[in-house]
Design a protein around this ligand. Structure first.
Ligand SMILES: [Zn+2]
Length: 131
């Protein structure tokens, strides 16, 4: 049993309870299936949607992520470009909001469930994973 930090669990989008099982199916991030989430953890069987509408609040996390990403892009533009037009800003906003959509969608859900489901360091989960 590895001891993974919350940060690395979040970045690797793993189960909040055991930090082992993946929350999303592999190789679907930049596909039309980016919204697909595994039903439960393959390792500890933690359900990833504990109740209907569970991820309503994740919308606010996703707004915050979009705002943070946009500020980073805007700062980069401000430092690198002499003259930023409204068109530049709109293009940057579209790139951030649409280009990063699969990432903000998933990351906001991961952050949301990490707020409510605590890490549980039990030695014996039902299924040991090799990944
Ligand atoms: Zn788990």
């Amino acid at each position: 049993m590895k001891n993974r930090s919350a940060i690395s669990g979040i970045l690797q989008m793993r189960c909040p309870q055991c930090r082992e099982g993946k929350m999303f199916p592999a190789n679907t991030l930049y596909t039309t299936q980016f919204m697909k989430m595994n039903d439960r953890c393959a390792c500890c069987e933690q359900p990833f949607t504990p109740e209907p509408g569970y991820y309503f609040g994740a919308m606010f996390v996703s707004y915050a992520l979009n705002a943070a990403f946009f500020i980073i892009v805007w700062l980069g533009m401000y430092l690198l470009m002499d003259n930023i037009t409204v068109t530049d800003m709109i293009i940057a906003l579209l790139i951030v909001v649409l280009g990063l959509l699969p990432i903000t969608f998933r990351l906001s859900r991961v952050l949301w469930i990490y707020i409510f489901v605590r890490y549980d360091e039990r030695e014996n989960y039902k299924h040991e994973l090799n990944s």
